[in-house]
Design a protein around this ligand. Sequence first.
Ligand code: MBD
Ligand code: FE
Length: 311
Amino acid sequence: MSVKVFQTEEVQNLLKVAANLEGEKGHARARAITHRLLSDLFKAIDDLDMTPDEVWAGVNYLNRLGQDGEAALLAAGLGLEKFLDIRMDAADRAAHIDGGTPRTIEGPLYVAGAVVRDGISRIDLNEDDDAGPLVIRGTVTGQDGKPVADAMIECWHANSKGFYSHFDPTGAQSEFNLRGAVKTGADGKYEFHTLMPVGYGCPPQGSTQQLLNVLGRHGDRPAHVHFFVTSDKHRKLTTQINIEGDPLIWDDFAYATREDLIPPVVARTGGKALELKTDAYKEIEFDFRLTPLVQGKDNQIVHRLRAVVEA
Ligand code: MBD
Ligand code: FE
């Protein structure tokens, strides 16, 4: 059976009334977006000749996705979050905004509310026998390369099991383990004392992994560290660095790896003097270069649902 009904008057009218496209009530933007998305779905059903069983499998999948609380995880895995970055990159190029540290996706695992420390913060609150010490440090600068004072750097990453505090299914971590925030002084410098992360994998029994399995894809990320960098006179930067040498570095299920976001990992000694758990430690130096406000405004503030915990 390969019938085509999308272009019929009956279906086109159905789409218009279902989205209340020509109505007055509700929000015009919501009506337009709903009409377009529903039209694209109806057309895909027609073009691909989707069966009722396939359509109901999709509807049931959405229910399960919501029950699992994984819609934002799936958005990362299907490249939707990366696509938004590609669009913001293109908008920046069109506006001749360049020279900043590249953005990359936020992901679904940020928690607001970490204590802000001056210049330096130790964020490994829980012991982790399988992770060695890691120091991440650098300078926040503007486009001109000059240090930015009073910038805030927030950082969050996984433990040696690839789990994030607050979202750890084993319950092993306290709130804000491996999460922190520091404010720069006049020299623009920041420093986090932490433990080496391991890459994240989607919950194996969750609905995101279920779809990835059907697609023949894995749901794993290489080891990485997330950052938000904010400053009054600059646009918010959302980015990550990758841990050099991870075999998945160019095979990230969320497509977040970028060439300029893979700083060298340097082996150092002298950790005892820094009160690290071993004398040998790893160090990553990474500078953040911020871009200025656009007509006095930060056009990089993204509103989305985020976990908030009182520190
Ligand atoms: C992560 O740690 C992450 O950064 C993303 C984008 C998705 C899932 C887990
Ligand atoms: Fe992450």
